[in-house]
Design a protein around this ligand. Structure first.
Ligand SMILES: Cc1cc2nc3c(=O)[nH]c(=O)nc-3n(C[C@H](O)[C@H](O)[C@H](O)COP(=O)(O)OP(=O)(O)OC[C@H]3O[C@@H](n4cnc5c(N)ncnc54)[C@H](O)[C@@H]3O)c2cc1C
Length: 276
């Protein structure tokens, strides 16, 4: 296996075009990828390290939005002031993420491109309706995160294309994030959920709920939120509607019915806190 560290996107795409007949893989922090090779996944012919693409590790803000480079680490996200104040759900997800070593190494781009149903940054990014900028030899394109992640480990990335950045609109919504794992820290989520909302007195003007580890990809609970915003909700209706949006599975961490119950309780607790 050969290892490369391009320092610009031009260099990256030129390099990739010379390797096209052989297998190559992009490496960011390596916290998902390297354990997979350690568990026996066949190594590619070429490993292309993205970490020297310094343009991709910035977090920039303008009046209307924040642009997070795909190589920003989980720690960078946790420490960013605007993200902590205006995108609390994302901040909390980065706070509850792994341990310090992984947070300093793992990137937001890796969390998205890994496309795990339990990825901790994903519910907040879905609930804030993040737009992704993808960059490839043919140029750049934009895709909503819900259209980028196609299934567990599957994304809409084309040959030689990378995720360059993530754009969040500064809509001044309130937000929250909850994660339930098998222990307090260093745990993969059994269920994670983000709430993004705004309120006028007793009612919600805007409510977006996105949950992880309850379906093959993150789900936004749109049927439920629509019904809730329009009609308010009684406890039984809430439970039935939430269950229409999700399709959890049994695995080594939890049963499907436990996941359903946890998600229903988390959403119930959030709504009770808001309508008290
Ligand atoms: C001990 C431990 C604890 C963990 N805890 C958590 C946790 O609490 N929550 C959680 O969600 N995850 C957790 N993870 C998983 C992992 O740390 C995260 O998913 C992390 O964000 C991955 O980022 P990375 O930069 O290391 O990705 P990598 O491992 O470098 O890459 C992951 C995948 O994405 C692709 N990729 C990466 N960046 C790009 C890009 N810019 N463009 C195109 N493709 C790209 C790679 O080719 C690879 O397929 C944990 C992992 C470990 C080992």
């Amino acid at each position: 296996m050969k290892y490369y560290q391009p320092t610009s996107l031009t260099e990256l795409f030129e390099l990739h075009s010379t390797l096209s007949a052989q297998s190559s893989v992009f490496l960011a922090g390596g916290t998902d990828l390297i354990p997979r090779y350690e568990r026996g996944l066949v190594m590619p012919d070429h490993l292309i390290d993205l970490k020297k693409l310094s343009a991709l590790n910035q977090i920039q803000d303008s009046e209307s939005h924040v642009t997070i480079g795909a190589l920003a680490t989980i720690q960078d996200i946790q420490e960013h002031e605007i993200l902590a104040t205006e995108f609390l759900a994302l901040h909390k997800a980065s706070y509850d993420f792994a341990g310090a070593q992984i947070r300093h190494r793992g990137t937001i781009g890796g969390n998205i491109c890994n496309a795990s149903p339990a990825g901790d940054l994903l519910p907040a990014l879905y609930a804030f309706e993040a737009i992704l900028t993808l960059s490839g030899p043919a140029g750049e394109r934009q895709l909503a995160i819900k259209d980028f992640i196609l299934g567990p480990g599957k994304t809409a990335l084309r040959e030689a294309e990378i995720l360059k950045s993530i754009v969040l609109n500064r809509d001044q919504y309130l937000s929250d994030f909850q994660k339930v794992g098998l222990r307090q820290s260093m745990a993969i989520s059994v269920v994670n959920v983000a709430f993004v909302f705004s309120r006028a007195g007793e009612t919600f003007n805007h409510l977006k709920i996105a949950a992880g580890a309850v379906a093959p990809t993150i789900v936004t609970l749109d049927k439920f939120t629509q019904a809730f915003v329009q009609n308010g909700g009684n406890a039984t209706a809430i439970k039935d509607l939430i269950q229409e949006d999700i399709s959890p599975i049994d695995d080594i961490r939890a049963t499907a019915s436990y996941r359903k119950r946890v998600l229903t309780n988390l959403i119930g607790a959030f709504l009770a806190g808001q309508t008290r």
